[in-house]
Write a protein that binds this ligand. Structure first.
Ligand code: PMP
Length: 356
């Protein structure tokens, strides 16, 4: 931007936006950089989309997305008044920041985590504290015993893939009855344990999940929060003060179909877990180390290889992974688990690669 600023620019909200992973336009790319699911959505989604009446698109969607909410509630074993749907979990989380973190006290989250949290905090002018993870990238629960205006962390964490125990999650909730605690479970379906059972016990807990990873629907943009009816009511008040029609008719139809196809969900997530475990063995054989991931990605480093150079060389070979040029993690690459064939191609590249 230009050096000289017009007078009106003094009144513009200044933000440093989140930088999403690249969506390459070229063909033939092995895309392991944005934690998408390599498999298509359930065939029932295709059927639902084919059946969707184009003529109906002239009408507004159901602002409550009731059909989708009911399907999510049933799947998660809660009542529909405990479900808040949104346009991807980014939309849900952003709404949560706007709704719950208004105390003026600092919001707490790990220093290495989903890099949208500090962006929303800045956007909504919420003070925050990025709490350092320990040297093994684990949360120290005592760090969350201090006074705060809210707590958020992903479990499993991103970009590390590390899962914290449910004992630790419950301990943090118990120590913070005066704050809303959000557990971002974008990656929980790949072998992690969900904090969902706690939502009936603690009225200050929100669990946020997404259709973007385990349900292969990043392009449809569906996410949801589960929590006490009181929390959901507060979220809805803000939502209806912002945009009533967040979920399109298409997303409601397709999302409901995806939620109802349990078998397909199980099959694809198990395939990814299997490929992840295979990839762990192969990468370890090639000298990489990584925290034990419960997500659909691995966070790898190799003492013999410069991570940024490897990232660039992989890209040259049309294999896209994610590199974060940030303190503590600038010698790591985050590699999404693709199909078995894609991971074999990655391993093949690495077997023949050296920086000597
Ligand atoms: N939380 C975490 C930890 C993530 O990594 C992502 C994916 N970028 C999201 C939330 C948002 O995903 P979506 O908006 O696609 O549901």
């Amino acid at each position: 931007m230009k050096e000289t600023r017009a007078g009106w620019e003094e009144n513009v909200r200044q933000v440093v936006p989140y930088v999403p992973g690249e969506q390459p336009k070229e063909d033939g790319v092995i895309k392991l950089n944005t934690n998408e699911n390599p498999y298509p959505p359930s065939p029932k989604v295709e059927a639902a989309l084919r059946g969707e009446k184009v003529a109906d698109l002239r009408k507004y969607p159901d602002p409550t997305a009731e059909m989708l909410v009911d399907a999510i509630a049933q799947q998660c074993g809660v009542t529909p008044d405990m479900v808040y749907p949104g346009v991807g979990s980014d939309d849900v989380l952003s709404m949560c920041f706007m709704t719950f973190f208004q105390s003026g006290k600092p919001l707490l989250f790990p220093d290495i985590t989903y890099s949208f949290y500090d962006v929303w905090a800045q956007l909504y002018r919420i003070p925050y504290l990025a709490v350092p993870l320990d040297k093994h990238f684990h949360i120290q629960k005592e760090d969350y015993y201090t006074e705060n205006g809210g707590i958020i962390f992903p479990n499993p964490n991103a970009p590390t893939g590390i899962e914290e125990s449910q004992d630790m999650v419950e301990d943090i909730i118990q120590h913070n009855p005066d704050s809303v605690v959000i557990v971002d479970e974008a990656y929980v379906d790949f072998g992690g344990t969900s904090a969902l059972p706690f939502v009936k016990k603690y009225d200050n807990l929100l669990v946020v999940q997404t259709f973007s990873k385990s349900r292969s629907m990043a392009g449809m943009r569906i996410g949801y929060a589960i929590g006490s009816p009181k929390l959901i009511e507060y979220l809805n008040r803000v939502k209806y003060s912002f945009n009533s029609y967040t979920m399109s008719r298409t997303a409601i139809e397709a999302g409901t179909a995806a939620m109802e196809d349990k078998d397909y969900f199980e099959t694809t997530r198990n395939k990814i877990i299997e490929t992840r475990e295979w990839s762990k063995k192969e990468l370890a054989r090639l000298g990489f180390t990584f925290p034990d991931s419960k997500a659909n990605f691995l966070f790898v480093t190799n003492p013999k290889l410069d991570a940024k150079k490897l990232f660039e060389d992989l890209k040259q070979a049309k294999i896209y992974v994610r590199y974060f040029d940030k303190p503590r993690i600038n010698q790591y690459l985050r590699i999404t688990i693709g199909t078995q064939e894609e991971m074999q191609a990655l391993i093949h590249f690495l077997e023949n690669y050296s920086q000597d």
